[in-house]
Every structure is written in C-alpha cells, then in structure tokens.
Design a protein around this ligand. Structure first.
Ligand code: PLP
Length: 389
C-alpha cells in the first residue's frame, strides 16, 4: 500500500514509538503521585511540554496537553465566549475544519454571532473584507486555520494577527496541519491561541496541545482534578504526551535536514506526471502559499469516488475532495468556499505525502492515478457522477 493520506493521519515515527513505550510498560505511575514513579512520569510530561513549546517558540507554561485538535479548538471557543460576553462576534472562514465549524455553530446557538470572512479563489482569506468585518469593535475572536487540510493553502497569519489585534480581537489558529510541516513562531506571529494534534505529525491519535499565550485569560473546558494547572483536568495521557514531545523534537530536526525539500520534490513530481497525462488537471489553492506535501487536484469529469475505489484496489490510499455520505457525494465546503463548482469538487482527489514516502512511490502512485482515470473514463463516460449539494 502506498499511503498518501497524511492529512488524515500520519504513521507513528518509530522513534516516537520507542520514546513512548517505556511509559506504557514500565513508568506507568500517575504523574500526580507523590512517589518516585510519579515523579518520573511528571518529569517526562514536563520535558515533553518543553519540547512541544519549542516547536512554537512558546514558553512551556503556555502549553496545555489535550486529547487532540478538536478538543483544543472547542476549549478556545468556549473560553473566549465565556470570558468575553460583551463581544459577541466570532469570525471564521468558510474553509475551516468541521471542528471549528461545529464549535462556531455552538457559539451561535448560545446567542453569539458568527461571521464567515470570504476567501479568494486561491483559498486565502480576503484581508480587506476581514479588516472591514473586525472594525465593529464587537469581535471577540478571529479563528482562522494556519494551513488547510484539503488544499494545504497557508494563511497570511501575520496580516490576520495584525488586523485582529488592531481591532482589539483575539486570534486563535487551528495549526493542526501546519505544525511540524512549516516553522511556527508565536513570538514573531503573536497569535493568542494555537491548536495542534499529535497524529498529524507522526505521534499517535488522541493527543494534542493548546497554546494559550501568557497575555490572555483562559477558562478550562474540562474541569475535575486540576491537572495542567487547572486548565485541563483528567489524568495525563503520559505515553501520548511523551510521544508528542518526541514528535515535536523530530519535526524541528527535519526542518533543517532537507526532508521538506525532498517531500516537496516528490509532490511536484507527482503533479507533473499526472498533469502530463491529463493537461486539463487543475491543482486547487494558492501555488505559492501551499504546504509542500499536499495536492488537491481536479481531473475534470472523472468521478473521485470511483477513483478512490480503483486506487484502493491498486494499492494507493488517498482521499477525495468531497465527503462521501450514503453513496452520494456532498460537495466539499472548503472547495465550495473557494468558488469551485460541485461538479469539479466531485472530481477532486487529495494526496498528502509524509516523510516516509519515497520518490518511486510518488511516481508509481501518479501512474496508478493515470491508469485508474483512463479506466474510469473508458468505463463510465461523462455521466457516472451523482452530485448532491
Ligand atoms: N483541524 C484540522 C485542520 C484537521 O485536519 C483536523 C483533523 O483532521 C482537526 C482539526 C482535528 O484534529 P483531531 O483529529 O486531533 O481532533
């Protein structure tokens, strides 16, 4: 199987697994315990906090360990809404992940107002529109993802922060797809909150972190035993935390060892081969501000759901640009917000590479995509697609 679905989840790095195993097997004590075992676990958590903070250029006490990206995002929205009722507005974009979309929906149901700032056709937020929207003075939070999970488009975070802060609003960024892929520096780009997730950066599922700047107040979403200095209760997931710390360390090392350039070249080679066979292929999103490992592309009139089945049989794991529900395709809201038609969205595939992929795999996957697309076109013609809105 050639695994090209890293934006869904990444394989656990063997070094990460090695780092976490002792905390499942030997050092299983509760980090709150007063005995030696507890102290060992507690030191490991502290070390991981330092490693995770270093990935963001944050201070260790600004990091809260959570169960993942979804929890971090929900916690930020709930905290800002609770602590700042006099500012009822939340601004997001139409290209956010469902974790942000649904959390925003709850903000609205609880009496707040949510505005979706428009994005350009290349997937980047319209900064002039954002500037106008935040001017009212009643915006509490601007919550815009740093990099998009479907297209890989990277947001103009510096400008977003400047615009929001100038209007007195706070900034949260869902950096689940950006963390570990591009350098993130909360000193240089002073977001107030940042969410990240272990399983998108070669750590296991079920562990994540939330950065909360020292400048801002925070009210916990989960209360109980007072762990994480009362900001996230529940006995710590020590193996997961250790894994996240190691994954953060490794990600930093890989920023400087040519890994990014290697993956970038692999992705570009893949796109080049498919494009050579299908000149009408269209790659979605801003080409200059795009994660180096992601490719979201449309092969016009070639049904992505059918492609996924053929590719799966051919040993290539990737995703469609649309969500599949009960056998029909629902157009991707991300692509829709970028002005891409439902028909083109239904013909969109997403491949996302990771550091264990190789160039021969990228080339083989491209050939399989070409083969499957020819097959589908020959079998189905143009009218094999079921598209619902
Ligand atoms: N945000 C983005 C952009 C994502 O891609 C994901 C995962 O798919 C999440 C949030 C949710 O993260 P988690 O799976 O850790 O809850």
């Amino acid at each position: 199987m050639i695994y090209l679905d890293a934006n869904a989840t990444t394989p656990v790095d063997p070094a990460v697994l090695e780092a976490m195993l002792p905390f499942l097997r030997d050092y299983f004590a509760n980090p709150s315990a007063a005995h030696a075992g507890g102290r060992t676990a507690s030191r490991a958590v502290q070390r991981a906090r330092e490693q995770t903070a270093a990935l963001l250029h944050a201070q260790p006490d600004e990091m809260i360990f959570t169960s993942g990206g979804t929890e971090s995002i929900n916690a930020v929205h709930a905290s800002v809404r609770a602590l700042w009722p006099e500012r009822p507005y939340l601004i997001i974009t139409g290209t956010e992940h469902p974790a942000v979309m649904e959390s925003a929906e709850r903000w609205r149901k609880q009496g707040g107002n949510v505005i979706q700032a428009p994005v350009h056709g290349d997937g980047r937020v319209d900064l002039d529109a954002l500037r106008t929207l935040v001017r009212s003075g009643s915006v509490a939070l601007v919550s815009i993802m740093w990099a998009n999970n479907e297209t890989g488009v990277i947001a103009p975070m510096r400008e977003i922060v400047e615009i929001a802060h100038a209007a007195g609003a706070l900034v949260h960024t869902d950096a689940v797809q950006a963390a570990g892929k591009i350098p993130l520096d909360v000193e240089a780009m002073p977001v107030d909150f940042l969410s990240l997730s272990g399983h998108k950066m070669h750590a296991p599922k079920g562990i994540g972190a939330l950065y909360v700047s020292r400048r801002v107040r925070f009210e916990p979403l989960i209360v109980g035993g007072g762990q994480e200095k009362g900001r996230r209760s529940g006995t710590e997931n020590v193996p997961g935390i250790v894994a996240l710390g190691m994954a953060a360390d490794l990600a930093q090392q890989h920023f400087n060892d040519g890994t990014k350039a290697r993956i970038h070249a692999m992705r570009d080679r893949f796109e080049h081969l498919v494009h050579a066979a299908f000149p009408d292929m269209r790659v979605h999103g801003c080409h200059t501000h795009r994660l180096h490992h992601t490719s979201s592309f449309c092969l016009p009139e070639i049904d992505a759901a059918g492609m996924l089945i053929l590719l799966d049989k051919a040993g290539v794991a990737c995703s469609a640009g649309s969500a599949c529900h009960s056998g029909s395709l629902h157009s991707s809201s991300v692509l829709g917000a970028m002005g891409i038609s439902a028909r083109d969205a239904a013909c969109t595939l997403r491949v996302s590479f990771h550091r264990f992929n190789t160039k021969p795999e990228a080339e083989e996957a491209a050939h399989k995509v070409i083969e499957c697309a020819h097959k589908l076109r020959a079998e189905r013609g143009d009218d094999g697609m079921v598209v619902t809105h």
